[in-house]
Design a protein around this ligand. Sequence first.
Ligand SMILES: NC(=O)c1ccc[n+]([C@@H]2O[C@H](COP(=O)([O-])OP(=O)(O)OC[C@H]3O[C@@H](n4cnc5c(N)ncnc54)[C@H](OP(=O)(O)O)[C@@H]3O)[C@@H](O)[C@H]2O)c1
Length: 252
Amino acid sequence: MSIQLFDMTGKVVLITGGSRGLGLEMAKGFARAGADIVIASRKLDACEAAAREIEALGRRALPIATHVGKWATLEALVETAWSHFGKIDVLINNAGMSPVAPSIVETSEALFDKVIEVNLKGPFRLAALLGTRMAAGEGGSIINISSTGAIRPQPHSAPYAAAKAGLNAITTAFAFEYGPKVRVNCIMAGPFETDIAKAWSDEEKAAYTIKSGSALRRLGKPDEIVAAALFLASDGAAYTTGTMVRVDGGLP
Ligand SMILES: NC(=O)c1ccc[n+]([C@@H]2O[C@H](COP(=O)([O-])OP(=O)(O)OC[C@H]3O[C@@H](n4cnc5c(N)ncnc54)[C@H](OP(=O)(O)O)[C@@H]3O)[C@@H](O)[C@H]2O)c1
């Protein structure tokens, strides 16, 4: 076992939602490991700012404005990124959103559809498009960023939990579809201090700091997701596919 197993030199990584939060930390982490990065999120200026951070690390970066919930736009994303770099080795389906509804019965159809589109439908289509190209080419690795909410669903975010549970399910299905050349895995993230956490009350945050709340008794720092993603993307995980890795500080 050598540290070089985790080397990303010469690899191209497409990260949705790579402009901030966990996505930006993974983008910088993969760039530090030697990869060139495609940053795809809705706001072009934010993608460009992230791309400048990647270039400052000595790697190439391509910012692309994309709404991952729009099925038809994902083909253009794939074509633009693939033709720019000549390949994509790693897809990180990271873009996501978790709006809270007042209650299950008050959940609107619009909110339900949006949550499913961004957290499940878009990742499904993007992984299908890139998995097909990777399998026909040099192979690759797909990482879906799910949530521990998938296995601990709460009423206020039931559609989000359902979408992430769906993401877990397609992780396994896609591993069979695109293996053996493409590995497909999933990280179930716990509570991390990103923009998503700004919507949480102090009580909600404090609940993670007590012994019964999480084994590590704190929220995660955004860069604490990076090593798990690097592992799953790299040759170090050559025999790991179709699985879910929890990075959650030890939730009960
Ligand atoms: N933070 C947590 O506690 C936590 C816990 C469990 C799971 N997760 C999961 O981890 C992933 C990243 O979360 P985060 O905390 O880093 O979130 P974040 O800080 O809110 O960042 C979300 C990223 O996704 C992009 N994005 C949002 N909607 C998009 C869309 N429709 N199309 C394309 N890009 C979009 C955002 O950029 P734009 O606004 O420019 O589009 C941004 O780059 C999500 O899948 C989330 O569900 C997070």
